[in-house]
Design a binder for this molecule. Structure first.
Ligand SMILES: Nc1ncnc2c1ncn2[C@@H]1O[C@H](COP(=O)(O)OP(=O)(O)OP(=O)(O)O)[C@@H](O)[C@H]1O
Ligand SMILES: [Mg+2]
Length: 275
């Protein structure tokens, strides 16, 4: 993808000096991150490095301690340091923000008592107060886009993991977000279902959706992402084009992270060939 034009575009997500602790444990340390319009950023790092916490701070599911966050030029959080007053936004503005920042979780989080269509229509119905007919029409369009048209009336418990995840992508899209955050969207799936979800995400990326994707799929990061951001113990250790960061890692920690993946792939190879 064309990095230059995206870099020159407007910064849709801007994070400055973001810090977050849980008790005495500092999980995010002075994070700077810019994501430009149409950019796909793969967020990588070992377990516990702070990836989920960073995504949750970006849509204020988690309240940061210090730093600044702007979405599409709108400040949503600002606190310059200890003892300083935080200026964060009102609940109404939080709702408006959430409607512009779509989030897809590892465990789908669909409403079990609603049909697939009901799930996709719920956000626009309750948060955006949209007219039912328009909401329904768009929901059906998004279900078609993720290949789930035939399942509109089904309950989530009668879907496969891959199907559930595609529904949750449609549900997030139906809020017409400016940016989509994905937190390990394929890691709870059986291996044979990973492809269909990655394919859906690839389509979104090609259409120009701005995306931050926490993933352990290095192939996806290499093929689809414009940039890889590598977190280690709450700090950004590397930030650059996927080929540079992953194929020629200069940073020691990125190197050992990538090597671990190669080692696992090598270990798995004979097992996969046997089955
Ligand atoms: N609500 C919480 N309360 C206390 N500690 C938390 C909370 N959420 C996360 N943590 C801690 O913060 C650290 C970072 O967690 P986070 O979930 O952001 O990591 P991650 O990079 O997403 O890891 P994984 O790859 O395992 O999902 C971990 O040590 C975790 O135990
Ligand atoms: Mg996580």
């Amino acid at each position: 993808m064309n990095m230059t034009s995206k870099k020159e575009g407007q910064s849709l997500v801007s994070v400055r000096g973001l810090s977050k602790s849980f008790g005495a444990h500092q999980v995010l340390r002075n994070i700077d991150l810019d994501v430009h319009e149409g950019e796909v950023v793969a967020l990588l790092g070992s377990s516990g490095s702070g990836k989920t916490t960073l995504l949750r701070c970006i849509n204020l599911l988690e309240m940061p301690d210090y730093g600044e966050i702007e979405i599409a030029g709108n400040p949503i959080f600002k606190c310059s340091g200890e003892g300083q007053t935080r200026s964060s936004i009102s609940q109404k503005q939080v709702n408006a923000l959430r409607s512009r920042v779509g989030m897809v979780f590892q465990h789908f989080n669909l409403f079990p008592h609603m049909s697939v269509l009901g799930n996709v229509m719920e956000g626009p119905r309750t948060v955006l107060k949209e007219k039912p007919a328009e909401n329904r029409e768009r929901a059906l369009d998004y279900l078609a886009k993720v290949g789930m048209s035939d399942f509109a009336e089904r309950r989530p418990d009668r879907l496969s993991g891959g199907q559930k995840q595609r529904v949750s992508i449609a549900r997030a899209l139906n809020m017409r977000p400016k940016v989509m955050l994905f937190d390990e969207p394929t890691s709870a799936l059986d291996p044979e279902l990973v492809g269909e979800v990655l394919e859906t995400m690839m389509t979104l990326a090609k259409e120009g959706m701005t995306m931050i994707v926490v993933t352990h799929e290095l192939g996806f990061a290499l093929e689809v992402a414009d940039r890889v951001v590598f977190l280690n113990e709450g700090c950004v250790e590397a930030d650059g084009p996927p080929g540079d960061v992953l194929l020629h890692p200069e940073n020691e920690r990125v190197q050992s992270f990538v090597n671990r993946f190669h080692a696992t792939a090598e270990l798995m190879r004979p097992l996969l060939q046997e089955s």
